[in-house]
Design a protein. Structure first.
Length: 164
């Protein structure tokens, strides 16, 4: 809220140089802002009394947008990469999948390891769990288990994250 939109009886006023001018009526605060050819902006509406500041509104909006953009730059997104296995995977194929997962983990991504069952493989699902356990054991040096192996329909999956 700026200038005439502020309807509170009393406000705590902060001057253009950042010093507190005290608690006063919103009309007096508006007069001070008009004398300085600046805007009266409500900074903290939930405070008691609300906090207003005398600033150039255009400049204030620009600063807020810049701070928001800076915060967005520092944000890191974490992707979930998926590695699919089958219950009767050969040792060399498993090692290739492990190396791929290791690359994903070192780049800071999470890895979802999925063991897909087809047809009669469902009958031996619990014996096939050792493939996932072996996978996690070989990546123990760079990863930790975030979500342990669990059956979800016709597949069993677990999620690994980078060790801190």
């Amino acid at each position: 809220m700026i200038n005439g939109q502020i309807r509170d009886k009393e406000v705590r006023l902060i001057g253009e140089d950042g010093n507190q001018l005290g608690i006063m009526s919103s009309r007096e605060a508006q007069k001070l802002a008009d004398e300085a050819n600046l805007d009266l902006v409500k900074i903290s509406p939930k405070a008691n009394p609300p906090v207003c500041k005398i600033v150039d509104y255009g400049k204030y909006k620009y600063e807020l947008a810049r701070k928001e953009k800076e915060a967005k730059k520092k944000q890191k997104t974490v992707d979930i990469k998926e590695v699919r296995l089958s219950p009767n995977i050969e040792a060399n194929d498993l090692n290739t999948k492990i190396n791929n997962a290791r690359k994903f983990l070192t780049k800071g991504n999470k890895v979802k390891v999925t063991l897909r069952f087809r047809g009669r493989e469902m009958a031996h699902a619990m014996q096939s769990k050792k493939v996932l356990d072996d996978f996690a054991a070989k990546l123990e040096d760079v990863s930790s288990i975030e979500k342990p192996a669990k059956m979800e329909g016709r597949s069993m999956s677990m999620v690994l994250t980078e060790k801190r």
